[in-house]
Write a new protein. Structure first.
Length: 232
């Protein structure tokens, strides 16, 4: 079995490797879990186990992974084009997704860089603003020509989560990108917009089921493997 791998790109993140008995968490993204062999197992908030070759978890659905020897996990941002395909399924909880069993990182990468076609332009503008600056919800709503209540409702209907939750997910992405660049965890936390390293750790564990130390170890292993391949 190849060593565990973690990658992050525009609109997505990817992990391949083993999973232990995970803690309950929920993502501000779609999660697709695919077993390399056999089945992957996920338990939902009601304690119901789900097993299939591939499972999909919509944003904000509380769940935990069961131990699996080797699996691929994709985190898909709800504002990218690939998410349109996932929204068409209309699943409200953990569900089997046999059509996604052969999914690879390259399939996500190309579709994730394009914006979703189903998002209201005002919501997309609000997300662009939030990604680039700190702004209050009333000011953000005024910027895009909506009331705060209308903007909140639009986000919940189309993204499946509050905009504040989506912003936390974007901060996690920025912190993870800083880790990939070789920054220490404390520095990555600040660059991501978190109060401190402990804040980043809590948010990453809650929203990804991983810790910054685990992600940093995976990124370093992947970098070392890439360097070894180039040296051959």
């Amino acid at each position: 079995m190849s060593p565990p791998r973690f990658a992050i790109g525009e609109g997505y993140a990817f992990y391949q490797g083993p999973s232990a008995d995970g803690v309950f968490h929920r993502h501000a993204a779609f999660q697709i879990a695919v077993a390399v062999r056999g089945e992957v197992g996920i338990v939902d908030a009601a304690g119901t186990p789900h097993r299939a070759a591939a499972l999909i978890v919509p944003p904000m659905v509380r769940h935990r992974l069961l131990p699996t020897e080797n699996l691929r996990i994709f985190f898909v941002d709800p504002h990218c084009a690939f998410a349109d395909r996932l929204r068409e399924r209309r699943d409200s909880g953990v569900a089997p997704a046999p059509e996604l069993y052969g999914l690879g990182e390259h399939d996500i990468r190309h579709a994730a860089v394009r914006p979703a076609g189903e998002l209201d332009p005002r919501l997309r503008e609000a997300m662009d603003v939030m990604a680039g600056e700190r702004i209050s919800m009333p000011d953000l709503a005024a910027r895009v020509g909506l009331s705060p209540q209308h903007l909140r409702g639009l986000a919940r209907r189309r993204l499946g989560m509050p905009l504040t939750r989506w912003r936390a997910w974007q901060r996690l992405r920025r912190a993870t990108e800083a880790l990939r660049e070789g920054r220490p965890v404390a520095t990555a936390a600040v660059l991501g917009g978190f109060a401190d390293q402990a804040h980043l750790t809590r948010q990453m564990r809650e929203m990804m089921g991983l810790t910054p130390a685990t992600v940093l170890s995976l990124l370093r292993s992947a970098s070392a493997a890439d360097q070894a391949r180039r040296a051959r």
